[in-house]
Design a binder for this molecule. Structure first.
Ligand SMILES: NC(=O)c1ccc[n+]([C@@H]2O[C@H](COP(=O)([O-])OP(=O)(O)OC[C@H]3O[C@@H](n4cnc5c(N)ncnc54)[C@H](O)[C@@H]3O)[C@@H](O)[C@H]2O)c1
Length: 342
């Protein structure tokens, strides 16, 4: 049973590959990834010799690079590949359109042509925009605000159109903010943990009262597995942890765990169009597929912080650009750098 995972060298994709290899011995995985600044093969060193795991470097937006993967029968696809950082989308919006919209279009089209039996499109809760009260259900109106969320909303709707128009058997996953091991240290939790470990300032946007619902990445991976094997084609599933916290709360918890002073908190100018609050009703996933998050926020956050404490060489290489230089020198592969695009 061959599963194509796009963007598998990134944060959620690499956690998912590890999860699927251990949970589903019948699955063979092809990880198709462009290796942008966010893709890191060091996220998968523990599985790279597994005979059921294969890596192919390529760009989903380039049909000629994607098409050869379909020469062998692909049973299912989990599509993570995306430009994923909101801040970068404000500087380079068209890169987001290219990968997130055009790349998704290529993949949907090839999946249809090659009669792929299962397709999970990884969207995001950000497609709903912000709300001051209540929670978004799968029927809520889409109201994206950043080029990132608008490009994700476009690909989300395109995916659903491939089900409605052509009966491509796919489901759409709309998930809240993930955190956990191997997250690129430009996102809030890994950035703040690693900055705190280096006694550097923690740049909190505006008043820091932006609310996000946080979900441990391992819980998200279990939800994706359920959608891949049991999801009803054409359905959208919200995935959330019911862990609403302000950015300032998260920051204080990180500092407390690391025994670092709150004086490291530095309020910086807000970003344009910053959504105030994301909140999801994820009861459909529990009702229909029996999924529930397993880890409490406290436990998962401690596990995550400890992972960064114990894996300094991983994030130091990523932050310094050493990882990118290593690949260029040894494999002649020019990877994007953490400084690209911003
Ligand atoms: N991280 C979150 O909190 C979160 C929450 C909800 C949804 N999502 C969605 O989940 C998916 C994965 O997010 P992530 O945080 O792991 O992202 P990430 O930035 O860590 O990883 C993205 C991966 O995609 C690859 N990629 C980028 N452009 C590509 C292209 N053109 N062709 C092939 N590969 C390409 C990168 O090299 C990288 O390995 C994204 O679609 C994102 O929108 C993320």
């Amino acid at each position: 049973m061959r599963v194509l995972v796009t963007g598998g060298a990134g944060f959620i994709g690499s956690n998912f590959i590890r999860h699927l290899l251990s949970d589903r011995p019948e699955c063979e995985i092809i990880n198709f990834d462009k290796l942008t600044y966010a893709g890191n093969l060091e996220n998968l060193t523990d599985v790279e010799d597994n005979p059921r795991y294969h890596f192919v470097r390529g760009d989903v937006a380039m049909r000629a690079e994607l098409e050869p993967v379909f020469k062998e029968k692909i049973w299912g696809i989990v599509h993570f590949a995306a430009e994923s950082h909101v801040d970068r989308s404000l500087y380079s919006p068209l890169t987001f359109v290219e990968t997130n919209v055009f790349g998704t279009g290529n993949l949907l089209d090839l999946a249809l042509r090659h009669k792929v039996e299962r397709f999970v499109h990884i969207s995001t809760d950000e497609v709903y925009g912000s709300t001051s009260s209540g929670k978004f259900t799968e029927a809520s109106r889409l109201n994206p605000t950043s080029p990132y969320s608008a490009s994700k909303a476009s690909s989300d709707l395109l995916a659903l159109a491939y089900f409605k128009s052509f009966a491509l058997p796919l489901v759409v996953d709309r998930c809240t903010n993930n955190f956990g091991p191997y997250q690129f240290p430009e996102k809030l939790i890994p950035l703040f943990v690693t900055n705190a470990l280096e006694d550097k300032p923690l740049p909190v946007y505006g008043d820091g009262l932006y609310v996000r619902d946080w979900l441990f990445v391992a819980d998200h991976c279990r939800a994706i597995e359920k959608m891949l094997f049991e999801g009803r084609p054409g359905e959208i599933y919200n995935v959330g942890g019911s862990n609403e916290l302000t950015n300032l709360d998260i920051t204080r918890r990180i500092l407390a765990r690391l025994r670092k002073p709150e004086s490291l908190i530095t309020h910086v100018a807000d970003r344009p169009g910053h959504d105030r609050r994301y909140a999801l009703d994820a009861s459909k996933l529990e009702r229909e597929l029996g999924w529930k998050s397993r880890r409490s926020l406290e436990e998962a956050l401690d596990l995550t912080i400890d992972w960064y404490v114990n894996n300094r060489s991983w994030w130091q290489k990523v932050k310094s650009g050493e990882y990118q230089q290593y690949y260029q020198k040894n494999y002649g592969v020019r990877l994007g750098s953490a400084k690209d695009a911003v």
